[in-house]
Structures are given as structure tokens and as C-alpha cells.
Design a protein around this ligand. Structure first.
Ligand SMILES: Cc1ncc(C[n+]2csc(CCOP(=O)(O)OP(=O)(O)O)c2C)c(N)n1
Ligand SMILES: [Mg+2]
Length: 280
């Protein structure tokens, strides 16, 4: 899947998101490192993209020219991408447990030279939207109707290159490009608003000529509606400001640990067990 445009129900997508969350928690605990909370905030969007009929791809032919592209610009959140790719059939789900292990293609940040289906090597924040623009322009030249989706972190929005890319995408009227900003309120060292407050994102991005929506990105119904609305815009780039919670799905466990950011930390075994109970 998915080269058809069948739309599963919201319930089906929520069930898939739950499975993906279980993978995220398990694989990072097994690795003893990684970014579960950054992955959990983005789970509804990534699930809807891969399983909601919004992206055309063929897991058996990752280099199919006419595929749609997804770039995880906040590359440290790759556990959610790997989990979605495994569920989509790019590789066996058992391989998820090799995350960050020596020799595994599931590196701590996505590496397109190591894993088929990864569209951009990311991890150095700020670059994914620029790469997406290049891909969207290349598809335009090749007369492909491929769509390009890029997920960016709210802390990552502090990188100047992102704003250069926002201006550039508008210049080229890239209707095939959709940016999703995972506004989970935190970045590495604390609240994003304390580090560099660039909110509200919507009017700023709109002022460059983009179509922008702001939604609750942990509400599958809102995510699906926003992706539908974005698909209808073809004359300019679109952004979805996705307001989320870092660690969504296991928040009580993070609350108990007294750390709602929980950045770059795997759950220790006891917390992992509690989290999996919540996700069962
Ligand atoms: C250019 C660059 N600077 C610093 C880092 C270190 N770093 C890794 S994750 C992170 C925070 C990112 O926050 P955000 O974009 O909000 O993502 P979240 O984890 O909240 O989803 C930082 C600063 C990096 N990966 N790249
Ligand atoms: Mg963030």
C-alpha cells in the first residue's frame, strides 16, 4: 500500500496510531536511547499520511518515480517514521527492535543511504523544507503529480533556513508542497516559547502567501480534515500548524516522572511497562 485512495475510518486510523505508539515506546526502550516523546506528538499526522490514503507509495518499489514523498525534517523523531514504514511493509516490524544498534539501517536519524523509503537524511534541524522544495520542483520538471509532505518541529522553526524555504516555496507557487509544523510546545532545553517564541505561526506563514490551517494534531478527525483541505489547494504551498502534546498517548506516565518534555530519553523498563498498559 498505498497506491489506492481508499479512505479508512477514523477508528481504523486511531487503532493504527495506537500500534505505532506501542512500537515507538518498545523500540526506544530496547535501544536505550532515542526520542519517544518527539515521536508520540507526531503520531496522528504520520499515521494519517501513510494509512489515510493521502500518500501514494509502494513499499515494494520505494523508488517508484511517481510516489508521494514524506520528509521527517525533525529527524530525531524517526521512531514514528520507522514504525509507520514497518507497518506499511517496507521492512518487517521485528526490525524495529534494531533501532540505533550497530549495523542497523534504522539509525538514530533517518539515512537515505541506509534505508529504502527514506526520502531525505535529516537530523541537522532546519533543512527538510528546503529539500522538499527541491523535490517538488524536480517533480514539476518531470511532470509528475507527486505531493511532498515535510514535518518540522516547533523548536526547529527557529532555524532561519526554514523561513528562507517558506519564502522560496511561495515564490514557486508549490501547490504540491505541504509543511506540517508539530507544535508540541517543547524543544530540547525547555518550552519552545522560552527559547525563541515565534508563535503564532499561522499569520506569519500566511504573510508569505501560503495557505495555512491550525488544528489539534492529536485529534485524528482534525488531522484528516486538514489533509483533505490541504489537498484541495493546488495553487500555492500549504501548511498545517499541528498543535500537539509531546508524549501524547502516555502523558500520565510522563506526568508521574515530573517531565512533560522528556526530550531524547527512552522510557526505563518500569515506565515502558506502564506506557504499554496505557496503549493496550
Ligand atoms: C541544527 C541543529 N541544532 C541542534 C540540534 C539538537 N537538537 C536535537 S532535537 C532538538 C530540539 C528540537 O525541538 P523541536 O523541533 O521542537 O522538536 P521536538 O523534539 O519537540 O519534536 C535540538 C535542538 C540539531 N539536531 N540540529
Ligand atoms: Mg517541539
Amino acid at each position: 500500500m498505498s497506491t489506492d485512495t481508499t479512505r479508512p475510518s477514523i477508528d481504523d486510523l486511531q487503532a493504527k496510531a495506537k500500534v505505532i505508539r506501542q512500537h515507538i515506546v518498545r523500540m526506544t526502550t530496547e535501544a536505550g536511547s532515542g526520542h519517544p516523546s518527539s515521536s508520540l506528538s507526531a503520531t496522528e499526522v504520520v499515521t494519517a499520511l501513510y494509512f489515510g490514503g493521502y500518500m501514494q507509495y509502494d513499499a515494494n518499489r520505494p523508488d517508484w518515480n511517481a510516489r508521494d514523498r514524506f520528509i521527517m525534517s525533525k529527524g530525531h523523531a524517526c521512531p514514528v517514521l520507522y514504525a509507520a514504514m514497518a507497518e506499511a511493509g517496507y521492512f518487517p516490524t521485528e526490525d524495529l527492535m534494531t533501532l540505533r544498534k550497530l549495523g542497523s539501517p534504522l539509525e538514530g536519524h533517518p539515512n537515505l543511504r541506509r534505508l529504502d523509503g527514506i526520502e531525505a537524511s535529516t537530523g541537522s534541524l532546519g533543512q527538510g523544507l528546503s529539500i522538499g522544495i527541491g523535490q517538488a520542483l524536480a517533480c514539476r520538471i518531470d511532470r509528475l503529480e507527486s505531493k511532498v509532505f515535510v514535518m518540522i518541529g516547533d523548536g526547529e522553526m527557529g532555524e532561519g533556513q526554514v523561513w528562507e524555504a517558506i519564502a522560496t516555496a511561495a515564490k514557486y507557487q508549490l501547490g504540491s508542497l505541504t509543511a506540517i509544523i508539530d507544535q508540541n510546545g517543547f524543544q530540547q532545553t525547555g518550552a519552545t516559547g522560552d527559547v525563541l517564541d515565534l508563535t503564532p505561526f499561522q499569520p506569519k506563514i500566511e504573510s508569505f502567501g501560503w495557505h495555512v490551517q491550525t488544528i489539534n494534531g492529536n485529534d485524528m478527525g482534525e488531522v484528516v480534515a486538514a489533509l483533505d483541505a490541504a489537498a484541495a489547494v493546488t495553487d500555492r504551498p500549504t501548511a498545517i500548524v499541528s498543535k500537539t502534546q509531546k508524549g501524547f498517548g502516555i502523558l500520565p506516565v510522563l506526568e508521574e516522572a515530573g517531565d512533560l518534555n522528556f526530550h531524547g530519553k527512552p522510557l526505563p523498563a518500569d515506565m515502558c511497562e506502564k506506557a504499554l498498559e496505557l496503549l493496550s
